[in-house]
Design a binder for this molecule. Structure first.
Ligand SMILES: [Zn+2]
Ligand SMILES: [Zn+2]
Length: 511
C-alpha cells in the first residue's frame, strides 16, 4: 500500500506542504502536540461552519492553474488504488467475527486512544491539506464514533466498507453536510468525472476544487480507518496493557458470552434519563421543547429533583409524594432515571429488567425468580422449581442416591447473582439449556465431594431435569475451563465481567 502511494509523490508532494490555513483560522492545537485537544477543537469548529466556508478557505492558494482535469483523473486513480487495498483490509477485519466484539469490550479511554491514533495517522498521511483535511470529514469525530459504547465506530467502518464495495471505485462516502459545498449530488461524481455538460454550470475552478477536496476527504477517511484499526490490531497482537482484560474475556469465555456483553455495552446509557414521576413519560415522548418541572420544595430543601411533565401530573401524584416531600429523597426509581440503580441498562435489557422487576419492598438477590415459565418443564425440573419457590434462600436442590435432599447455597454475591440469572433462564425457558452448563459445572466443583453426592449423581439429576444432552455439554465446559486453568465458567465470567464493567457495587444494594 505504502509503495503504491509513494510512486505518486511526484504529483502530490509539491502541494503537500500547503499551510494549515484552517487550523490557523480556528486557532487549533497541533495534532502532534495534543490529539485529544485537537479533536475537541475541530469538533467545535466544524459544528460552526458550512462546507462551503471550509472549501473556500482551503482553496485560498489554489486555482485551476494548479489542477487540470488530467490531474483530477490522476488523483482519482491514486484514490482508487488506495481504496482497493483499504477495502480488502477492512473487509477481512469486519468479517472475521471478533474485531467488533473486541472493540466494543474496550473501555472508552482505550477506544478514544485508538481513534486518536487513527486521526494522527490520517493527518500525517499524504493528502493535500494534511491535518486540515479533518475539516472535510464531520462524521469523523471522536464523540460520534464513541457513541453507543463504540458502536458508532463499527457503524462508520461498515458504511465506509459498504460504500467502497457497492460503487465503482473510487468510492465517495456520502455526507449531506459536505455535499452542500457543491450543487452536484454525490452520485454524479461516481458516474464519471468527464460528464459534459455538467448538470449545472459552475465555474471550473470551484467544480474542480470541490472534486479535489472530495478526493482528499475520502483519502483522509480511508487513512483514518486504516490507522485506527491497525492501532487496535497492534494492541491485540502485542497484548497491550489496555487490551489484556478484553483478550482474557475473549479467550476464557464462550464466544456468545463475550458477544452478549459487547452487545449490552452498545445499549448502555451514558447518563440517566428524566421521567415524569406520575405518568413516567420522558420529554421526547411528549414532544420537542417541552420543559419538565421539578418539585421546588424537594429541590430547595433536599437538593433533590423529582420531575413532572405538567402541573396536572404533579397534582395527581401529590397524594403519594406528600409523604416524603421536602423530608426524604424518595422517587419511584423509574427505569433509566437517576433513582434506578441500573439506569445505564436499556429498558429492554432482560437481565436488568429481571432485577428491576423484583418486588420493591425488600429487594434482594433471593428474589431473582424462577417463574413464570415459557413452555413446558420436565417433571423433574418442575419439582426443582417448586422447591426453589418455597425456599428462596436456596440456590438449588440436589439429591443423594437415596433421595435425600441437599440444599445448595452460594455465599459469594457475584456468583450468587450469575448462578441465579442462569437458573432463571434455565427454568423459565426450557428449550434454552445453555445456562445449565454453567450451573452444572459450578455445582460439580463445589458439591461432588459432599457426603452422599458424586459427579455421576449430580449429572444424572441434571439430565433428568433438562435432557440427556446436558451431561456431555457440562463435561465439555469443564474440560475447556480446565485447559484454561481459570476456574469455572461462573468464576471467570464474574472476574472478567467486573474488569469490563467495574465492580458490581450495586449488588450491595440488594442484600
Ligand atoms: Zn406526567
Ligand atoms: Zn417534593
Amino acid at each position: 500500500m505504502a509503495s503504491e502511494i509513494k510512486d505518486d509523490n511526484a504529483i502530490e508532494k509539491p502541494i503537500e506542504f500547503l499551510p494549515p490555513l484552517l487550523s490557523k483560522k480556528f486557532n487549533i492545537t497541533d495534532v502532534k502536540q495534543d490529539a485529544f485537544k485537537w479533536d475537541k477543537e475541530w469538533e467545535a469548529a466544524i459544528a460552526s461552519s458550512t462546507a462551503a466556508d471550509v472549501l473556500k478557505e482551503m482553496s485560498c492558494f489554489l486555482d485551476d492553474s494548479v489542477f487540470t482535469p488530467d490531474h483530477v483523473e490522476y488523483l482519482h486513480k491514486i484514490l482508487r488504488d488506495f481504496q482497493k487495498v483499504a477495502t480488502d483490509i477492512l473487509d477481512k477485519l469486519l468479517n472475521d467475527g471478533h474485531f467488533d466484539t473486541i472493540w466494543l469490550l474496550l473501555n472508552a479511554v482505550e477506544q478514544r486512544r485508538h481513534l486518536l491514533e487513527g486521526l494522527k495517522g490520517a493527518s500525517n498521511a499524504l493528502t493535500l491539506w494534511g491535518q486540515d483535511c479533518r475539516a472535510l470529514c464531520p462524521e469523523v469525530t471522536v464523540s460520534n464514533l464513541l457513541s453507543q459504547g463504540g458502536k458508532g465506530f463499527i457503524d462508520f467502518l461498515t458504511r465506509v466498507l459498504e460504500t467502497s464495495k457497492s460503487s465503482n471505485i473510487p468510492a465517495f462516502l456520502p455526507n449531506s453536510w459536505w455535499e452542500q459545498a457543491s450543487d452536484l449530488p454525490n452520485p454524479w461524481w461516481g458516474q464519471a468525472s468527464d460528464v459534459s455538460p455538467p448538470p449545472r454550470q459552475r465555474s471550473r475552478s470551484t467544480k474542480i476544487m470541490f472534486e479535489v477536496a472530495t478526493i482528499n476527504r475520502n483519502k483522509f477517511i480511508g487513512h483514518f480507518a486504516l490507522f485506527s484499526t491497525s492501532s487496535i490490531l497492534k494492541d491485540i497482537t502485542g497484548r497491550g496493557e489496555g487490551m489484556k482484560n478484553v483478550l482474557h474475556l475473549m479467550e476464557n469465555s464462550k464466544g456468545y458470552v463475550a458477544r452478549s456483553i459487547a452487545q449490552v455495552k452498545t445499549t448502555l446509557r451514558d447518563k440517566p434519563v428524566i421521567r415524569c414521576e406520575n405518568c413516567t413519560k420522558m420529554p421526547e415522548d411528549i414532544g420537542e421543547g417541552v420543559r419538565f418541572m421539578v418539585c421546588s420544595l424537594c429541590k430547595s430543601k433536599l437538593k433533590f429533583e423529582v420531575h413532572y411533565c405538567s402541573q396536572s401530573c404533579q397534582k395527581e401524584h401529590w397524594s403519594v409524594h406528600k409523604k416524603a416531600c421536602g423530608k426524604k429523597r424518595v422517587t419511584q426509581g423509574l427505569s433509566g432515571t437517576k433513582g434506578d440503580s441500573l439506569w445505564a441498562f436499556s429498558d429492554s435489557d432482560p437481565v436488568a429488567n429481571l432485577i428491576r422487576n423484583l418486588p420493591k419492598d425488600g429487594i434482594t438477590l433471593r428474589n431473582i425468580g424462577v417463574n413464570p415459565c415459557k413452555g413446558k418443564r420436565s417433571p423433574a425440573a418442575e419439582r426443582q422449581a417448586e422447591m426453589l419457590e418455597a425456599d428462596k434462600d436456596a440456590e438449588y436442590f440436589l439429591f443423594t442416591a437415596s433421595g435425600e435432599r441437599v440444599r445448595f447455597v452460594i455465599d459469594d454475591l457475584g456468583a450468587k447473582m450469575i448462578f441465579r440469572i442462569n437458573r432463571g433462564v434455565v427454568l423459565t425457558q426450557p428449550t434454552n439449556t445453555v445456562g445449565v452448563n454453567a450451573l452444572g459445572e459450578y455445582m460439580l466443583k463445589l458439591m461432588s465431594k459432599y457426603p452422599g453426592l458424586s459427579r455421576d449423581i449430580i449429572l444424572k439429576q441434571l439430565c433428568a431435569e433438562y435432557g440427556d444432552d446436558v451431561a456431555g455439554e457440562i463435561v465439555k465446559l469443564e474440560q475447556d475451563s480446565g485447559k484454561r486453568g481459570a476456574g469455572t465458567f461462573i468464576e471467570s465470567w464474574l472476574k472478567d465481567c467486573s474488569s469490563v464493567f467495574g465492580s458490581f457495587s450495586w449488588l450491595n444494594l440488594m442484600v
